[in-house]
Write a protein that binds this ligand. Structure first.
Ligand code: HEC
Length: 122
């Protein structure tokens, strides 16, 4: 299954390249920002570079709630994270093809938003 999806990812640019109403790039971006639920960008940043969702002060410490960087993961790890329940992240009901599109979008975004990602390395 994993292999099939990886191959699909390689060819996704060619699939319906001419006939599609919106381009694959546009569709992937739309899905990232509006995945039938709160947009991924709200917590992971415009380019998947990671983002501070919120912060509060506890005593003398500032506690930050961080949406982690997600544009540098393997497709396996990416899919897995979307399948099992997370602590803070909402649950989505995405199809495999939608996950591949999201992964495709984020891979292309990898170079963007580098500043935040650099300052918030895990
Ligand atoms: C409400 C904020 C929020 C939204 C919206 C959200 N996430 Fe997350 N996500 C998180 C947080 C926080 C984590 C870290 C694990 C946790 O605490 O749940 C995470 C973890 C992940 C991980 C695993 C990262 C790793 O290093 O293992 C992936 C992949 C991911 N999210 C993808 C997405 C995608 C794709 C979307 C949109 C469909 C999305 N997230 C929407 C907050 C969010």
């Amino acid at each position: 299954m994993h292999l099939i999806l990886s191959i699909l990812l390689l060819f996704i640019n060619d699939i319906c390249a001419d006939e599609s109403f919106i381009s694959n790039d546009e569709y992937a971006k739309m899905l990232y920002k509006n995945p039938r639920g709160i947009g991924c960008d709200k917590c992971h940043g415009e380019h998947g570079e990671g983002k501070e969702i919120s912060s509060y002060i506890s005593g003398n410490n500032k506690i930050s709630l961080i949406g982690p960087r997600i544009n540098n993961l393997s497709i396996k790890k990416f899919r897995k994270a979307l399948e099992k329940g997370k602590r803070l992240m909402p649950e989505y009901f995405l199809t495999d093809v939608e996950k591949v599109y999201l992964y495709y979008y984020l891979t292309k975004q990898k170079k963007k938003g580098a500043e935040f990602a650099k300052n918030n390395k895990k």
